[in-house]
Design a protein around this ligand. Structure first.
Ligand SMILES: [Zn+2]
Length: 485
């Protein structure tokens, strides 16, 4: 008997090894880690490796060893709708629910039944962790499957902004890596694959980079002190000495506007430096060769190009919704630039396919995997960007190089190839294109409505958010009565 048992056991052990070898042979990337880096409010043109490589050396190096999507669009012009689109691979409209918030047309909730990428990877043995500096990014239940959440609010979790002496400016943002790096080190050095998300708040206003990024700052004559410009943000906040850039912005003189842009780009530099730390942590763990790194943002930022500053609820021009998207790692083509217009709803379906997991079956985004392999994408697929602010009610649809922004006062149409800065409304010149894109937008809306997940309606109401979240929303200007981010 004993002899037989040993025999069977040995047999099974051999079988198990054979099976493991088969599985690892079949699976495209069995031990590849996934790292998603998101910088909030990072305009697409802030990553400019031909003209401004010195601004983002680490991101440029990442771009050169991977695929850059030059025309990627967020699903919405501010964090809440954009994150729903990003994590669900679906227009946020599919997850609409009622809201009591007077400034919102809709609120969102992704029901537990949906299988998001983190859940599928977790089921496959991945450790999942997210370091978030913007709590709004998790508000619609898109953090499903992320086992470890850490919400950094300044130098560490649960920092009270009001307790930070105004004399130190806002340099605390530069300290965020200090709290995050030990956790990151723990994740990347432990055995087994992982899916890690780092969501950085910068370069979101206020544009107040760490002092080391201001040492060589020069500017023309200014009517106010530098401190004033370092404290322009979302909504007036007398307690923190912050003025609302949305109000002040249109009145700024050229030298002031130049300074504001410069401060923003210095925050971009500080974000790049942080990303450099993260990528070095990968090198330290000898993990770079088996880690897929994705860099993107949730929306852009306006500097008055079309009259609007900041982001969200103001307009859907490209400065507000076009974002960087870089994917690099093992198996990904190197040095490829893709000019096709793609949506961030495409990202998670792409990653699910790349990692060979069964997730996001509800998603409407298309796979970008051919591009990761260095092949052409299939024919373009129209997508839309939704704005949920009640006072605007805008939506945009992008189909090839045409972009229609539908507004209550009428639509505006642009040919983005001929007019990338959206200066010339060609709606009256190309009525047939206007008509076609209007129909496309209607059908995308209908499709999202048909897919609308009724379970979302049972979710907690907006006004039941916990006090800490509401406080953070107010701090960021999202619940200000006059502004909307
Ligand atoms: Zn955001």
């Amino acid at each position: 008997m004993a002899h037989r048992r040993i025999h069977v056991s040995t047999h099974y052990r051999v079988l198990l090894i054979v099976l493991m070898l088969m599985v690892s042979g079949c699976s495209p990337t069995p031990e590849v880690n996934l790292m998603l880096l998101v910088a909030d409010t990072f305009r697409a043109d802030a990553l400019d490796c031909s003209e401004h490589r010195d601004r983002t050396p680490h991101l440029c190096a990442l771009s050169e060893r991977g695929v850059v999507f030059e025309n990627a669009y967020a699903g919405g012009p501010w964090t809440f709708p954009s994150t729903v689109a990003l994590f669900s691979g679906t227009s946020p409209t599919a997850y609409e629910r009622a809201t009591d918030e007077p400034k919102l047309v809709a609120s969102y909730w992704v029901p537990d039944e949906e299988v998001l990428l983190a859940e599928a990877l977790s089921d496959r043995g991945y450790r999942t962790a997210g370091f978030f500096e913007n709590g709004i990014a998790l508000r619609a239940n898109v953090g499903q499957g992320i086992e470890t959440h850490a919400l950094f609010d300044g130098v560490g979790p649960a920092v009270d902004f009001s307790a930070i002496p105004s004399s130190i400016g806002f340099e605390f943002r530069g300290g965020r890596n200090a709290g995050m790096l030990p956790l990151l080190q723990e994740i990347v050095t432990a055995p087994g694959p992982y899916f890690l998300i780092q969501w950085m708040m910068d370069p979101h206003a206020v544009y107040s980079p760490p002092p080391s990024f201001l040492s060589d700052l020069t500017h023309g004559p200014l009517p106010r002190s530098l401190e004033y410009y370092l404290r322009l943000g979302n909504g007036d906040d007398p307690r923190r000495g912050i003025r609302d850039l949305a109000v002040v912005g249109p009145e700024l003189a050229p030298a002031e506007l130049q300074l504001i842009r410069d401060l923003y780009h210095r925050e971009v530099r500080s974000v790049d430096e942080r990303i450099g730390y993260v990528l070095r942590a990968l090198d330290h763990a000898e993990a770079r060769d088996h880690t897929l790194v994705v860099f993107t943002s949730d929306h852009g930022e306006g500097f008055g190009e079309h009259g609007g500053f900041l982001h969200g609820g103001r307009s859907l021009h490209d400065e507000f919704v076009r974002v960087p998207l870089v994917i690099a790692g093992p198996g990904v083509a190197r040095g490829v630039r893709v000019s096709d217009r793609v949506s961030l709803i495409d990202l998670m379906p792409t990653l699910a396919e790349w990692f060979g997991v069964d997730a996001l079956s509800h998603a409407t985004g298309r796979s970008l995997v051919p591009a990761l392999r260095g092949e052409a994408l299939r024919a373009s697929q129209p997508f839309w960007v939704v704005d949920v602010s009640r006072q605007r009610g805008h939506a945009a649809v992008i189909d090839g190089d045409y972009k229609l922004i539908q507004r209550p006062e009428g639509g505006v149409l642009y040919d983005l190839a001929a007019d990338p800065n959206e200066r010339l409304d060609i709606a009256h010149l190309r009525p047939e294109v206007l008509e076609r894109l209007s129909r496309t937008l209607d059908s995308l809306r209908d499709r999202a409505a048909a897919k609308r997940n009724v379970r979302a309606l049972d979710s907690p109401a907006y006004n039941e958010w916990d006090a800490e979240t509401v406080r953070q929303l107010q701090t960021l200007g999202y619940l200000d009565p006059d502004t909307f981010q």
